[in-house]
Design a protein around this ligand. Structure first.
Ligand SMILES: [Zn+2]
Length: 244
């Protein structure tokens, strides 16, 4: 690893990071952070309907195709690294040993902040499970008694990125990130997701709407900052400050 600041994204399925925090990935990478993306599964069973509609499709073929798409999208965003855990989806389930592998990755990356899904998702329990794994593994990575001698983790913020069908998820953003300078990269990554073309314009609209929130909360009509595209995040842990 380098001395750069770092970010760790924990994505339940191969494509999730693209729609939900592709802008944050590209932006921080441009700003000198090393962004590592961990895909806990390929979304091979649950999020690859278009591939399964082809005759004679096999699980391995779907995994290979989804992996290739995710790698291409990560490259389009300029991500430092992408790691696949192949833990299976629908349902996503990590064994104890696999959780320790996630802990190893967290300790290796030593992220300044982490990104994962909303804490509640009745439509896609894999997503909220991934968040629970992220919090659990963050906790283990902080434990001095886990693999003593290794560098323990500090206290990186965990930002929850915007879910699909936002209003049903109990997700409430408290942070808006202006991703206008890297929008072209996010759109290019979105277009790597050939199997989910129905979502391309949907997530372009989401980014435009969140830019409205960015403008409104950065000063509104009294000097709010112009932003065309933004992403919203909900933070889990308190900030520690010297001034408000
Ligand atoms: Zn997903």
């Amino acid at each position: 690893m380098t001395d750069n600041k770092s970010v760790l994204v924990i994505s339940a399925h191969a494509a999730d990071f693209v729609w939900r925090c592709g802008g944050a990935i590209a932006l921080h990478q441009e700003r000198g952070f090393d962004v590592t993306i961990a895909c806990l599964s390929f979304g091979e069973r649950g999020e690859s309907a278009k591939l399964w509609k082809q005759d004679g499709c096999t699980l391995d073929q779907v995994k290979t195709a989804r992996r290739a798409e995710a790698e291409k999208a990560a490259a389009a965003l300029g991500a430092h690294d992408i790691v696949f855990f192949d833990a299976g989806d629908y349902p996503l389930e990590l064994k104890r040993e696999q959780k320790f592998e996630v802990v190893d990755l967290i300790r290796k990356v030593q992220p300044d902040f982490m990104l994962s899904h909303s804490a509640y998702d009745p439509y896609n329990t894999d997503h909220m499970y991934a968040t629970s794994v992220a919090m659990e593994c963050r906790m283990i990575a902080q434990a001095w008694g886990h693999n003593p001698g290794e560098k323990v983790l500090g206290a990186p913020q965990l930002y929850l990125f915007e879910p699909h069908q936002t209003e049903q998820m109990g997700w409430k953003p408290d942070t808006f990130l202006d991703i206008t300078p890297v929008w072209d990269k996010k759109r290019a990554a979105i277009e790597c997701m050939q199997g989910q073309e129905h979502l391309w314009d949907y997530y372009t609209n989401v980014a435009r709407n969140r830019a409205n929130h960015f403008r409104r909360n950065s000063g509104g009509m009294a000097g709010g900052r112009k932003a065309e595209y933004a992403e919203g995040f909900q933070s889990i842990y308190p900030r520690t400050v010297d001034e408000l």
